[in-house]
Design a protein around this ligand. Structure first.
Ligand SMILES: [Zn+2]
Ligand SMILES: [Zn+2]
Length: 150
């Protein structure tokens, strides 16, 4: 783990939505929960950034869906690229945004710090093991009670 941060740019694949994010951590997490699996088509590889650190361009093209009592998910309404998961309330730390690592222009220096809902991951694929923290759904519910409320 490192506390290092970098400013990064990114956007959807059609280019209608672009962003600049300040102080993006070098570490990101992987979530295998059912919602992330369906939303991404696989797993969410997400880096947490305060919403205020992100400047969006093309916001008219951002579509949003309230995916649970405490968060919304957003995508480009033109090309469908997933853009972010954002905490909206219900006891969650409001203001935190998860940016999918795949929408960053360059994530080559980033590393995984945890993998959650590991027991919801299909056996057909796995990420290369390293020293990251790995949690089951039950362990996540214990650590982050709101995750279990859906
Ligand atoms: Zn797009
Ligand atoms: Zn998830």
């Amino acid at each position: 783990m490192t506390d290092d941060v970098r400013d990064r740019t990114g956007g959807c694949y059609c280019g209608a939505v672009r962003f600049t994010a300040r102080d993006v951590p070098l570490t990101f997490g992987i979530c295998h929960c059912e919602t992330c699996r369906r939303w991404t088509g696989s797993a969410l590889l997400g880096v947490t950034v305060p919403a205020d650190n992100i400047t969006w361009e093309g916001e008219d093209h951002i579509a949003r869906h309230q995916s649970s009592s405490f968060a919304e998910r957003a995508w480009c309404s033109t090309c469908g690229s997933n853009l972010f998961f954002r905490f909206t309330g219900g006891g969650a730390p409001v203001g935190g945004v998860e940016l999918p690592v795949g929408v960053l222009d360059d994530a080559s220096d980033m590393v995984v710090h945890n993998e959650i809902f590991i027991d919801h991951k299909p056996d057909a694929y796995a990420f290369v093991p390293n020293d990251r923290q790995v949690l089951t759904r039950a362990q996540c519910a214990e650590k982050f009670p709101l995750l279990d409320r859906g």
